[in-house]
Design a protein around this ligand. Structure first.
Ligand SMILES: [Zn+2]
Length: 295
């Protein structure tokens, strides 16, 4: 009897607990049929942890030339309901704050390379050189939900970095929404990055070698209090020069936002650190997913 009572309680807890879980609406463009269940699985893992009354619209596109995965997001700034001024909030989060859709457009565009050797959910075993479609989709959704820097350092010529300015990488892709103004405004994520000496990205001249030294500095880290708590009180390292990505520790599970996600491994669960970082951006995380505690 005891065990069936527990089952009953769990059955009731499910729908109640996820009453405000975010809904995702996926639109596919050129996506092969065999990829779709994996993309949906990634959404199904993340969605119950995010709270929003506004569905999150994601367009997923297969491209012939480009990185394995890339995400970009529509963005809003300086609305009364947004906590910080003069930073870009990803559209999905701005909608969640507003409690309504702010613009009739996709929130996130995600691009996947047709050239990548993808491993799809349900296939036998992942090959050493294959990339896990579920894990990479979760990673790209993390970017699209706001774990994304606006800094850019060119690959050629002088390494002069910019913050929130137009750049050739972002311009490479075709988006279903109009890009926000590229006028030097950082993302809300950027606003939480600091060097060990306390300086933030906006303490350096935009379009300068000094900014490159800051971006490349090994002490650069994410200062959000939730993420710091989830990281046992230690500063949350991000990857120098690739600030949208989380630092990895030896013999620890790979972070969802690890740079280039390694091949030959799969992800089928949420990463508390990524969820805590999203909480620091302003996302409400469902209580059952806040495994790092209220502190
Ligand atoms: Zn990434």
């Amino acid at each position: 009897m005891a065990s069936s009572a527990i089952v009953l309680a769990a059955a009731f807890a499910g729908p109640l607990a996820s009453a405000h879980a975010a809904q995702f609406e996926l639109v596919y463009e050129g996506v092969p049929d065999e990829a779709m269940p994996s993309l949906q699985m990634a959404v199904d893992i993340l969605a119950p942890c995010l709270v929003s009354d506004v569905p999150i619209r994601v367009r997923v596109q297969w491209i012939e030339r480009g990185p394995s995965g890339f995400a970009y997001q529509a963005a809003f700034r300086n609305r009364d309901f947004l906590p910080l001024r003069d930073v870009w909030y990803p559209s999905a989060l701005a909608n969640a704050f507003a409690g309504e859709r702010l613009a009739d457009q996709d929130d996130i565009n995600i691009f996947f390379s047709a050239k990548t050797d993808w491993y799809y959910a349900g296939e036998e075993a992942i090959g050493e050189k294959q990339k896990d479609m579920v894990g990479v989709m979760m990673h790209e959704l993390g970017h699209g939900l706001g774990l994304s820097t606006t800094t850019f350092t060119p690959w050629q010529g002088d390494p002069i970095s910019t913050l929130g300015m137009p750049n050739e990488y972002v311009d490479y892709f075709d988006y279903s929404f109009a890009l926000n103004e590229q006028d030097g405004t950082p993302s809300v994520y950027d606003s939480l990055l600091r060097l060990a000496d306390g300086r933030g990205l906006q303490d350096f001249e935009n379009g300068s070698i000094d900014l490159t030294f800051a971006i490349a500095n090994p002490t650069i880290h994410f200062t959000g209090p939730e993420a710091t708590k989830a990281n046992r009180g230690y500063p949350v390292g991000v990857v120098p020069l690739s600030l949208s990505h989380a630092a990895e520790l030896p013999r620890q599970p790979e972070p969802m936002m690890a740079d280039n996600g390694s091949s030959g491994t799969t992800r089928r669960s949420n990463d508390p650190l990524a969820l805590a970082m999203l909480a620091d951006l302003g996302w409400t995380i469902a209580p059952e997913c806040r495994t790092w505690g209220e502190g």
